[in-house]
Design a protein around this ligand. Structure first.
Ligand SMILES: Nc1ncnc2c1ncn2[C@@H]1O[C@H](COP(=O)(O)OP(=O)(O)OP(=O)(O)O)[C@@H](O)[C@H]1O
Length: 227
């Protein structure tokens, strides 16, 4: 059993985050504090701002008001270049659709963030091959021919190659059938736990939410313990 958030430094603290869109206020001063090995699911009705919240946590979007601290650094006060560096150093992303580059082979897709981070190409390739095998992807020669589940596992490998402290996932199983969803969920949470990463996972899926340590619901902004 891991110790509680209160007993250890937070990896990520979002405080009173709000985004104004004309006369609409998204996120209603949302708060979220997560520890270094905690997985939190973000639920909420369509349009409640889940993707927008994730973008704020990643420094892709600066909230109209509120604060986002990652590894004790305030993202809202950084330049876009500094925020891009924080993302490369510390954050891995998984989206609803794997968004792989079909021009690149599966291994090259996974290598990309590692190379951008300045890794030695031979070392990055070996690590990419290891991650791909570890996540159970049977590497097809052509990225375009991967199944939905394989593509999503590959996207997870791509997110993990930089060994991020924080994994951000937006509907990572939203495009998969139930059986494939269960397989992807299993490898994703196994990795989150074995790598002792923090994760924030936007989802509509109660099964995904139940796999997380905790759930927050936007709109009502209340904390609900997953069972
Ligand atoms: N840059 C923007 N300009 C105008 N409206 C925006 C912008 N970004 C987001 N929105 C609006 O903010 C609202 C919240 O969008 P968001 O994608 O964050 O919701 P969501 O909860 O993730 O929705 P879903 O579950 O359908 O994916 C939507 O009404 C969207 O159209």
């Amino acid at each position: 059993m891991s110790e509680s958030v209160e007993e250890r430094p937070a990896l990520l603290t979002a405080s009173s985050v709000q985004v104004s869109l004309g006369d609409r206020q998204l996120l209603a001063q949302t708060d979220l504090t997560i520890g270094a090995d905690e997985a939190v699911a973000v639920l909420g009705p369509s349009g409640s701002g889940k993707t927008t919240f994730l973008a704020c946590l990643a420094g892709l979007r600066i909230p109209t008001s509120g604060s986002v601290r990652l590894l004790d650094r305030e993202l809202t006060e950084m330049s876009s270049t500094q925020r891009a560096q924080v993302r490369l150093d510390s954050i891995g992303f998984v989206f609803q659709h794997a968004d792989l580059l079909p021009e690149l082979s599966p291994v090259e897709n996974v290598m990309l963030p590692g190379l951008l981070k300045g890794g030695d190409p031979d070392g990055v390739r070996a690590d990419a091959e290891w991650l791909i095998a570890d996540l159970g992807v049977r590497t097809a020669a052509d990225t375009a021919y991967l199944s939905g589940g394989e593509a999503q596992r590959l996207a997870l490998a791509r997110a993990l190659i930089t060994r991020p402290s924080l994994l951000l996932a937006d509907e990572p199983t939203g495009a998969l059938d139930r059986a494939t969803r269960d397989e992807v969920l299993e490898v994703m949470f196994a990795k989150i736990r074995s790598e002792q990463m923090a994760a924030v996972i936007v989802t509509h899926d109660e099964q995904v939410a139940a796999s997380a340590d905790r759930t927050i619901e936007l709109a009502t902004v209340r904390s609900v313990d997953a069972t």
